[in-house]
Write a protein that binds this ligand. Structure first.
Ligand code: GLC
Length: 637
């Protein structure tokens, strides 16, 4: 056991409530720290725990009274992320608001939309030149100079907190920039820092690892290792050659990150997005994604934050197969001890798949068979984010419906690239891999869904139809349970940035097409009745407002897929102790009928549609008729 006394005793100074609180948290969460550390670092674990607790104590003592109050608030409301009033927004600071001070001025805009959670894309100082949108961090203790300073970041978190919003920042923990001080010291020959990375003198080990490693950026960064002359070796670089993977089996790396996390927490950051978390641990003969040690490391980091700053939550960025995803929210001995949030990549992919195929059966198969997540954890639901869409359709799911997985993935990639008959999508192909024929897709929600093309055609019928499809898609992420996050610009139905390639360093990476600067002129038209921006923005505000009033949408409740009577209609069922919620989504551009007997069987025949406040209406033949892309949120109380 470490030398720390963890039992609160009567000799603890009663006057020092802070001290007592720290000891109570230590008592509660130290076992999680130790259980995580021991399988990772064997006999070094206990001494390491002592060091980590010293760091936690120092951070706890330095934490502001305001943030201590926030800790208490969240300890009293541990389900704060699951509340149906949570609505998220994600943006690049400079593309949304210029800089951090400018962002403070945009808080009223976010508030108008109903935002309670803001994810600002990487803003810690990256390397110069191409830096993967900030994911190549050169200094975790400084803000990008063009965005402001650490003081500005603190001013922003303060202003957001005052407005009832929390701030999410990326914690890039799989790699650092080649220019980071640790990498610079390794290049200068410091053996202690060389141990921070995976460095190999010759190709023997890299070749052995490559045999089972996939490529993340086969197009512009093939292979997983880069030769570095200064280092005199091959360094592991899963992503770009200037993003050096860290060696988490070295406890010094863990200590560095604990200190970084505590520092960010004390600046007021509420949620840390654990970037590329799957890749953190390497094991020969595997794809080096989601190894069990990843979850042990996360458990340690999570327990330390719970001790020092429990207001802080973790979000896992693990874009992995649905069956592997749940481990990031906690399974087995890690249940409830790792991340609080994870991206629901499968839901995102299935929404796009349903719209393209006008068929919900594959989505029902894939989503209906996901094992339940721990009730304390929550999905981050989204339609678009800053990354491309990888068409993660499982062969088994497709096979169960007599489809070919490859065939359907290929259909989706072509459909959203706009080169399939009938498609008006304007996506771009990202990272075409001729070896696997894999194509991923870039594009904003409006450009993918056909709103962009409809606006160009100026045909009001097409515009209304595409806007309705967008509303339906947003309805799905809003009614699933979790934190729905809107990608900046999608709230206005913004199209792809046509000039994406003209910025230096962006020309090879068409993900920049769907990372447009917020169109402030378009934003001003959100109050102009009949404008596209007003429709899209207004629909979102309304969905978020109704959502916030429905306890049924609390994130702890699982969404089940209802029976399919018409392949164009997706029915979701959520059973909250307060009553049942049934979502009915017509994913097609045609009127569709939902049988009355089914509504009665599901006990929603007398339900009210929370979105309109009206009761279900029965049309001819005992049918509920749904308009194209119509959505019903039926509640029984
Ligand atoms: C994550 C980010 C992505 C980035 C990668 C490497 O997947 O979302 O944008 O390229 O990590 O940091």
């Amino acid at each position: 056991m470490p030398a720390v006394t963890v039992t609160p005793t009567s000799s603890a100074p009663i006057s020092d409530e802070r001290d007592l609180m720290f000891r109570a948290r230590l008592h509660r969460w130290l076992p999680d720290v130790l259980d995580g550390l021991r399988p990772l670092y064997d006999d070094r674990a206990d001494a390491l725990a002592d060091d980590l607790i010293d760091l936690a104590r120092a951070a706890y003592d330095a934490r502001s009274p305001e943030l201590h109050a926030r800790d208490l608030e969240r300890l009293l409301r541990p389900d704060w992320l699951q509340d149906p009033s949570m609505l998220g927004y994600a943006a690049y600071t400079e593309r949304f608001a210029g800089d951090l001070r400018g962002l403070i001025d945009e808080i009223p805009y976010l508030d108008e939309l109903g935002v309670r959670y803001l994810h600002l894309m990487p803003l810690l100082r990256p390397r110069e030149g191409d830096n993967d949108g900030g994911y190549a961090v050169a200094d975790y203790r400084a803000v990008r100079p063009d965005l402001g300073s650490m003081d500005d970041l603190e001013a922003l978190t303060h202003a957001l907190h005052e407005a009832g919003m929390s701030l999410t920042l990326d914690l890039v923990l799989n790699h650092v920039a080649r220019e980071h001080d640790w990498a610079a010291k390794a290049r200068a020959g410091d053996p202690a820092y060389r141990e921070y990375f995976h460095v190999f003198a010759d190709r023997a080990m890299p070749d052995a690892y490559e045999a089972s490693l996939p490529e993340v950026f086969p197009d512009f960064a093939p292979g997983n290792f880069t030769w570095d002359d200064e280092l005199g070796g091959w360094v592991w670089t899963t992503f770009n050659e200037w993003q050096w993977d860290l060696n988490w089996s070295n406890p010094a790396v863990l200590k560095e990150f604990v200190s970084i996390i505590l520092d960010l927490a004390n600046r007021g950051v509420d949620v840390l997005r654990l970037d590329a978390i799957a890749f953190m641990w390497k094991r020969l003969g595997t794809d080096c994604q989601g190894e069990p040690e990843v979850h042990a490391v996360t458990q340690v980091l999570r327990a330390i934050t719970r001790i020092a700053c429990p207001a802080v939550a973790f979000k896992a960025e693990a874009i992995v197969a649905p069956t592997k995803l749940l481990a990031y929210l906690g399974s087995g001995s890690h249940t409830g001890k790792v991340s609080d949030l994870a991206y629901h990549n499968s839901l995102m992919v299935q929404i796009w798949s349903m719209l393209a195929a006008r068929d919900v059966r594959l989505a029902a198969q894939a989503l209906g068979n996901l094992p339940p997540k721990p009730p304390t954890a929550t999905w981050l639901t989204y339609l678009r984010c800053h990354d491309d869409i990888g068409w993660a359709i499982m062969d088994e799911d497709a096979g169960a419906l007599g489809l070919s997985g490859h065939g359907h993935r290929s259909f989706l990639a072509h459909w959203y690239a706009g080169d399939f008959p009938g498609s008006t999508a304007k996506g771009l192909v990202f990272q075409y891999n001729p070896a696997t024929d894999d194509r991923r897709t870039s594009g904003t929600a409006a450009s993918l869904i056909g709103l962009d093309a409809a606006e160009e055609s100026a045909d009001p019928v097409r515009i209304a139809s595409a806007a309705a499809a967008l509303r339906l898609s947003h309805s799905l992420i809003m009614s699933w349970g979790g934190v729905p996050v809107i990608w900046s610009g999608d709230e206005l139905g913004q199209a792809n940035d046509r000039e994406w390639a003209s910025e230096p360093g962006h020309e090879d990476d068409n993900r920049w097409a769907h990372r447009p600067r917020l169109d402030h002129d378009r934003a001003t038209t959100r109050h102009t009745q009949g404008s596209v921006a007003a429709t899209v923005f207004g629909d979102l505000v309304e969905l978020a407002r109704v959502r916030a009033s429905l306890p049924h949408l609390h994130g702890s409740v699982e969404t089940a897929i209802g029976p399919i009577d018409d392949p164009g209609i997706l029915v979701t069922v959520r059973d909250h102790p307060i009553g049942r919620f049934v979502g009915v989504h017509n994913v097609t551009e045609r009127r569709r009928a939902w049988p009355g007997w089914r509504a009665r069987e599901l006990d929603v025949a007398d339900a009210v549609d929370a979105l309109t406040g009206s009761r279900l209406e029965w049309g001819e033949g005992d049918q509920v008729w749904l308009e194209p892309y119509e959505v019903l949120w039926l509640t029984t109380n």
